[in-house]
Design a binder for this molecule. Structure first.
Ligand SMILES: Nc1nc2c(c(=O)[nH]1)N[C@H]1C(S)=C(S)[C@@H](COP(=O)(O)O)O[C@H]1N2
Ligand SMILES: [Mo]
Length: 201
């Protein structure tokens, strides 16, 4: 069956002339990491987990996760808070809204903290996991996602600044109050909408 194809609203906004303020377009994303050495992940022991304010917590191997949800192709713009943007990056992955339907967030659930294998975390409002163009990607530019761009799994949240698009993801912690976040704890915005220039605060 043909894969579902999604054009991110970030692309549609740009084509209508609605650009996020003070961004400059470049050809390819610049690698940013909080650590210089990215280790090789032990995929035998890798588990993808969703827990916290959910009715059905989830724990799956990499293979189980990718076999449990429909693959989708996504074309999305990517906006970094340091003022570069990349148009139309092709990704492939699974929609987080499908995962949310499976785990069923409780009434208390308002935020998600994303946990990464090297220790990075980021936090944003849970509603962004229900957006059509928010995916957990395992392919970028038509091939397995390069290690430095987030292998084995990368969250892509095109409607928010790129620091929310966490690489090397292993977990989604659903909470009632915002919790953690590497950059958020250093003064960056809890939401981070590029069209509102929510860079700090
Ligand atoms: N795990 C993890 N994810 C991360 C980061 C990080 O340091 N660790 N940096 C973020 C920032 S600030 C940006 S701009 C993008 C950069 O994506 P790229 O390295 O694929 O170009 O990744 C985001 N995701
Ligand atoms: Mo960034």
């Amino acid at each position: 069956m043909a894969k579902k194809k999604i054009i991110s609203p970030t692309v549609e906004k740009r084509l209508k002339g609605q650009l996020p303020p003070n961004q400059k377009f470049i050809k390819a994303p610049i690698v940013y990491d909080i650590v210089s050495d990215i280790p090789d992940w032990d995929m035998e022991n890798y588990r993808f987990r969703v827990w916290g304010e959910v009715e059905n917590p989830l724990e799956l191997t990499y293979g189980e996760l990718l076999n449990s949800f429909e693959p989708v192709e996504l074309i999305a713009d990517f906006h970094c808070v340091t003022k570069w943007s990349v148009p139309e990056i092709p990704w492939e992955g699974i929609q987080t809204k499908e995962i949310m339907q499976r785990v069923k967030p409780t009434k208390e659930a308002k935020w998600v903290t994303v946990h990464c294998l090297e220790g990075y975390t980021t936090v944003f409002p849970l509603e962004y996991l229900f957006k059509e163009d928010t995916i957990l990607a395992y392919k970028m530019y038509g091939r397995a996602i390069p290690k430095r761009h987030g292998y084995p799994l990368r969250l892509v949240v095109p409607l928010l600044y790129a620091w929310k698009s966490a690489k090397y993801v292993w977990g989604l912690e659903i909470t009632g109050e915002p919790k953690g976040g590497f950059w958020e704890e250093r003064g960056y915005h809890l939401v981070g909408d590029p069209w509102k220039e929510e860079r700090f605060g």
